[in-house]
Design a protein around this ligand. Sequence first.
Ligand SMILES: NC(=O)c1ccc[n+]([C@@H]2O[C@H](COP(=O)([O-])OP(=O)(O)OC[C@H]3O[C@@H](n4cnc5c(N)ncnc54)[C@H](O)[C@@H]3O)[C@@H](O)[C@H]2O)c1
Ligand SMILES: O=C[C@H](O)CS(=O)(=O)O
Length: 472
Amino acid sequence: MKANLFIDGKWIETEKHIDVENPATLEKIGEVAFAEEHHINQAVDAAAKAFESWKELTAYERASYLQKWFTLIEDHKEDIARIMTIEQGKPYAEALGEVNYANSFVSWYAEEAKRVYGQTVPASSRQKRIIVLEQPVGVVAAITPWNFPAAMVTRKIAPALAAGCTVVIKPSEFTPFTAYKLVELAHEAGIPEGVINIVTGNPQIIGELWMKDVRVRKLSFTGSTRVGKLLMSQASSNVKKLSLELGGHAPFIVTQNADLKKAVQQLVLTKFRNAGQTCVCANRIYVHNSVVNGFVDELKREVGNIKVGNGLKEGVNIGPLINGQAVDKVQNHIQDAKQKGAEVIVVEQAIEEKGYFVEPTVLVNVKDDMLCMKEETFGPVIPITTFETLVEVIERANNTQYGLAAYINTQHIKEAITLSEQLEFGIIGINDGLPATAQAPFGGMKESGLGREGGHWGITEFLETKFISLQI
Ligand SMILES: NC(=O)c1ccc[n+]([C@@H]2O[C@H](COP(=O)([O-])OP(=O)(O)OC[C@H]3O[C@@H](n4cnc5c(N)ncnc54)[C@H](O)[C@@H]3O)[C@@H](O)[C@H]2O)c1
Ligand SMILES: O=C[C@H](O)CS(=O)(=O)O
């Protein structure tokens, strides 16, 4: 595979390239363009020029372009899913699911474009009339991660275009081909030149240039909290609007009133999706001490059915991690827990290939001072600890700098409501390990980010509110 830059409606060759590897086989799968400084600035030139006409289209005209893009993504979803599995590693069925999830944002925002309403406000003076408009913010810089190479792209581009904004986007250099394919289809859908521009290269240089460019009025970033803080600092030089979707460290609480079989099913769903490489996966499992033995027995039965391998192979549930650094981090968390007294239960696998694979691992008798209880593990590791009271588990679950997702497993309504209201997280799944959906607000508190993606919340991130006072 090969991808050139796409700027102002044209594919642009570059002298330098970045190799992209298949994390399941470690083979080179292709090379992606490496943007020089003038390309990075040209992308903003193109987006700024296109904004002047794109913002003047009616919401219905923009919606029509998005609908055509939706149809082309649907027609090519198998190709996109295959690209994703080869460059990111997730099993093909999961990749196909992500393409459908990604495309649901395109269809949702094609409709939401038509519901960007203004307001009139009763004036306190008889001589005045108050009108409130919502207008597109302008050129958006979107920077996206490798773990959801399609959904994190459309979750930004679709609402931005629907609102009347234009976009310069930099996907992760680990998984660029999915994003380039989506942009190719947007071009095929007739979305005018300059409305979407995509570059890859040196992330730090691209970020610095876009953050200091005053024509870029909005940064929409999804990635680690570390990089999010860096970009936030750079963006402050010209007070850019910010949407930050950052790291998470989700608690997964199983009370004494939980349906243990269902709780285990939801845990496996949230934990092993994308081999545990999701911002909302359960990272800390708190089980009431009266049910922990039954829970662990049920979990062992469920995890014992999991198969690790190349995501293109039938029956594989978990693919490789994205790179060797990711494997080292996960193994470090496992060794740290073991040294501090955890019991390590590894689900042995017969893995034929030499990729970045990690076997599903359950850690029992986990203590709060272990690394896996404080840092994003981002791998197929389930640390289990116990608790006595709701007050205790709420305090321990909230004792983190993150605030993205949390999970509650109980059949007791009062417990569910009490926990939901007191847990400091932007997304709460009650007996639901997979809450994310295009119509709901996705995002976090504390160091998990700013703003929301999805639903009407997602389009307001790309709008400026203007107050007009008319003296008559
Ligand atoms: N909250 C969410 O919705 C969400 C979704 C997916 C992933 N994440 C988080 O993202 C992280 C995993 O993704 P990742 O490893 O790609 O994160 P990352 O922060 O390393 O990279 C994210 C993007 O930022 C770019 N980048 C890296 N350094 C940069 C710099 N100095 N300036 C500008 N751009 C830079 C990368 O090339 C990539 O495109 C995890 O922490 C995960 O929790 C959060
Ligand atoms: O990891 C990041 C994604 O946002 C997870 S989800 O697919 O949106 O739940």
